[in-house]
Write a protein that binds this ligand. Structure first.
Ligand code: GLN
Length: 445
């Protein structure tokens, strides 16, 4: 059947069929909505199907966060992004698979099994928003939302050969996003091209009285500057390109992209971010610290599956022991330790100070350059089960974490492929210069 682009039902049927044909193999969705509401708004996304990462609430659907503890939790209200998308006419097709509570880089930490990379089903799609990236890459939905705490939109986008955009911190409401690390979390779109990311961004960005960290800072999407790369200055941190974990193949594809920027009139210069060597350690103190606090609400009483026992403490212990997976437990233990009175100064407070230092160094570079560029991930998508040591995955977040620590906008674009596996190119811009970054990304893609 040919799709009639003027007919909402015809578009819906096309994507609905694709989801039902390919999801069994890809495991991209945790929930497929059988008969989605198609009566909503006549706005700019009228009739466009989409999917939500399963840590974003949509009333009436389940929100599992990829966890056993929430496996039968039904959303009782809509996240602000969900409401905005409904008002714009977008059609919610389902919820997508993720690493449990967004902790991970591959969806292998989902309680519902890993999603598959559409380019090679033996490989991971990345994570934690891996289900969203796989769904978009396989053409099951035109766009999906993810959440990004340390790279979870951009890295899966890179592994799946699609576009992943993390907005400046404070532009998109987190109301109705299940919190992982509140000072780092940001919702953003995963799309097949930059134009689509812009259309979704226009709808989801905006001040929200329900999220006190959103900022009244209207972006001017009418502004089309820059129109070409002439004279634009791109900073390439030496520590990133010389990072020993960077695969030669990824480096090659990235360098080709750099050369094409120079050919098109852009200026690429090497810079230094001396504190880059601390970013992974800093993130893995701050994020688990916040997570240990945010996840204390899952006690089997207020939220989560309950394991019955005689005493209150036993109910909580057993519910959490049963409901959380190993990675989530690891983070809670780490976070509780670093926030404890005896170690707060030595670890958590120190991490906050290093976070300031890292932000300062990057902002200084961005006062002289338009963008910081680097590969999105040091590797291409690994095989499912290939990396079993969590620390190896943590170290690979080195390229994406800085944008979260500093609250900056960042985008991952498809840069090319190595032996059929996509490689991502990341750019990072000054805070709230999202439009300029997106316009430049559009030239580069
Ligand atoms: N891989 C990182 C982590 O495991 C990032 C996750 C994220 O951005 N949600 O914490």
């Amino acid at each position: 059947e040919l799709v009639n682009l003027k007919d909402k039902e015809s578009i819906f049927r096309f994507f609905n069929d694709r989801i039902n044909t390919y999801n069994d193999e890809l495991n991209a969705f945790t929930e497929i909505i059988p008969d989605p509401d198609r009566t909503s708004g006549e706005g700019p996304l009228n009739g466009i199907p989409y999917a939500l990462k399963d840590n974003i609430l949509a009333r009436g659907t389940k929100t599992t966060c990829g966890s056993k503890i929430l496996s039968n939790y039904k959303s009782v209200y809509d996240a602000t992004v969900t409401k905005r998308l409904r008002d714009s006419g977008a059609i919610l097709m389902g919820k997508t698979n993720m690493d449990e509570f967004a902790m991970g880089s591959s969806t292998e930490f989902s309680a519902f099994g890993p999603s598959k990379n559409p380019w090679d089903a033996n490989r991971v799609p990345g994570g934690s928003s891996g289900g969203s990236a796989a769904a978009v890459a396989a053409g099951l939905v035109p766009f999906a939302l993810g959440s990004d705490t340390g790279g979870s939109i951009r890295q899966p986008a890179a592994f799946c050969g699609v576009v992943g955009y993390k907005p400046s911190y404070g532009l998109v409401s987190r109301y109705g996003l299940v919190a992982f690390a509140s000072s780092l979390d940001q919702i953003g779109p995963i799309t097949r091209c930059v134009d689509d990311a812009v259309e979704v961004a226009k709808v989801i960005i905006g001040f929200d009285p329900d999220d006190s960290t959103t900022i009244e800072h209207p972006l001017n999407f009418e502004n089309e500057e820059p129109k070409d790369l002439t004279g634009l200055k791109f900073a390439l941190p030496g520590e990133m390109i010389e990072y020993p974990g960077l695969q030669e193949s990824v480096k090659e594809v990235f360098i080709k992209m750099v050369e094409s920027i120079e050919k098109a009139g852009g200026i690429v210069e090497k810079v230094s971010i001396p504190s880059l060597k601390y970013v992974v350690a800093t993130y893995y103190l701050i994020a688990p610290g916040e997570a240990s606090s945010n996840l204390s609400r899952y006690d089997g009483i207020r939220y989560g599956q309950r394991k019955d026992a005689d005493r209150y403490e036993e109910v909580v212990n057993q519910s959490r022991d049963f409901g959380f997976g190993d990675e989530v437990k690891r983070r809670i233990l780490l976070g509780t330790f670093t926030l404890s009175a005896a170690y707060y100064d030595a670890y958590y407070r120190k991490a906050l100070r290093v976070r300031k230092l890292i932000s300062k160094e990057i902002n200084e570079i961005l006062s002289k350059y338009d963008f910081v560029i680097n590969p999105t991930s040091p590797i291409v998508a690994p095989k499912i089960g290939e990396i079993s040591d969590p620390l190896t995955y943590y170290l690979m977040d080195i390229y994406t974490i800085p944008a979260n620590l500093a609250g900056l906008p960042a985008i991952s674009l498809p840069a090319g492929a190595y032996e059929g596996l996509p490689v991502g190119f990341q750019m990072m811009a000054r805070r709230f210069e999202d439009v300029r970054m997106l316009n430049t990304a559009r030239i580069l893609e």
